[in-house]
Design a protein around this ligand. Structure first.
Ligand SMILES: *[C@@H]1O[C@H](CO)[C@@H](O)[C@H](O)[C@H]1NC(C)=O
Ligand SMILES: *[C@@H]1O[C@H](CO)[C@@H](O)[C@H](O)[C@H]1NC(C)=O
Ligand SMILES: *[C@@H]1O[C@H](CO)[C@@H](O)[C@H](O)[C@H]1NC(C)=O
Ligand SMILES: *[C@@H]1O[C@H](CO)[C@@H](O)[C@H](O)[C@H]1NC(C)=O
Ligand SMILES: *[C@@H]1O[C@H](CO)[C@@H](O)[C@H](O)[C@H]1NC(C)=O
Ligand SMILES: *[C@@H]1O[C@H](CO)[C@@H](O)[C@H](O)[C@H]1NC(C)=O
Ligand SMILES: *[C@@H]1O[C@H](CO)[C@@H](O)[C@H](O)[C@H]1NC(C)=O
Length: 201
């Protein structure tokens, strides 16, 4: 009796622990967030006040880094606020790995170039501020795929083109700020048909 029950249990335990190991090997953790932020640091060409150079050190946890906030429950980066630090640089695709990010504010700096598509993976974003930088290119249509986005600030950049129709999907959007760009055409009013929470443009 004991023998017949032992083998299946052993097999089950083996399978279970293998499965768990595979799962945890592939799931992102705070180390993923650290590599994403180090990638961002390496894309910053000019940091006149040496804010990140000394402070963003691998000797301490990313949760102690300036501008970084971690959540208590999952121990992942939930907010990144680098506003008004006089930074010059570009945004690396790795930033899309900060999968618990709810707030991203890099306003009042000199970030330039275009925004990497990988940022679409930041599906927990509620507040996004790219204001007063030098980003260029068309406003990405994937901005429309942030299901919980409440505030989007793109003012004071060099974005061109039209506001993509996907913005009509931003059902939680309350504030949209786009002034001082090189946008063309009129604002399609039907974009706002579904935005019941919308308050300010
Ligand atoms: C994060 O995951 C990697 C494997 O993807 C693992 O080697 C590392 O120990 C984990 N780090 C923490 C802090 O759990
Ligand atoms: C980095 O800055 C934070 C916030 O100002 C501070 O609490 C922390 O001690 C600094 N860490 C280092 C290594 O300078
Ligand atoms: C992070 O993002 C980059 C580029 O988007 C990717 O190559 C990498 O595998 C991602 N994952 C981790 C754990 O860094
Ligand atoms: C954006 O930058 C301009 C010029 O540097 C400044 O006058 C303006 O107040 C800034 N906007 C905000 C919202 O801080
Ligand atoms: C936008 O681009 C023009 C010409 O390329 C440049 O003169 C201007 O300074 C740029 N504005 C911003 C806010 O980067
Ligand atoms: C977003 O909007 C576009 C165009 O308005 C539509 O084709 C698409 O199905 C929508 N996607 C989602 C996920 O709602
Ligand atoms: C508004 O929502 C309806 C129903 O979900 C959808 O069919 C329509 O395409 C949406 N309109 C826009 C402009 O996104």
């Amino acid at each position: 009796m004991e023998k017949t029950g032992f083998l299946p249990t052993l097999i089950f335990l083996l399978l279970f622990s293998t499965f768990q190991a595979i799962l945890s090997a592939n799931s992102p953790n705070i180390t993923t967030d650290q590599s994403a932020l180090l990638a961002l640091k390496s894309h910053i060409g000019h940091d006149p006040h040496n804010l990140l150079v000394t402070n963003w050190s691998t000797c301490t946890s990313v949760c102690n880094w300036i501008g970084v906030t971690c959540g208590s429950r999952h121990h992942r980066v939930t907010a990144l606020d680098l506003s008004s630090m006089d930074l010059t640089g570009t945004i690396p695709s790795q930033l899309g790995n900060l999968s618990f990010l709810a707030l991203l504010d890099i306003s009042q700096n000199s970030f330039h170039g275009s925004l990497p598509t990988e940022l679409i993976d930041l599906h927990r974003l509620k507040y996004l501020n790219f204001g007063n930088n030098s980003f260029s290119g068309e406003i990405p249509s994937w901005f429309g795929y942030f299901p919980t986005l409440q505030s989007l600030y793109l003012y004071g950049n060099n974005f061109t083109g039209v506001i993509p129709s996907t913005f009509g999907n931003l059902s939680k959007l309350e504030t949209l700020s786009m002034y001082h760009n090189n946008l063309k055409g009129h604002l399609p009013s039907e974009i706002f048909d579904n935005l019941s929470k919308f308050q300010k443009l």
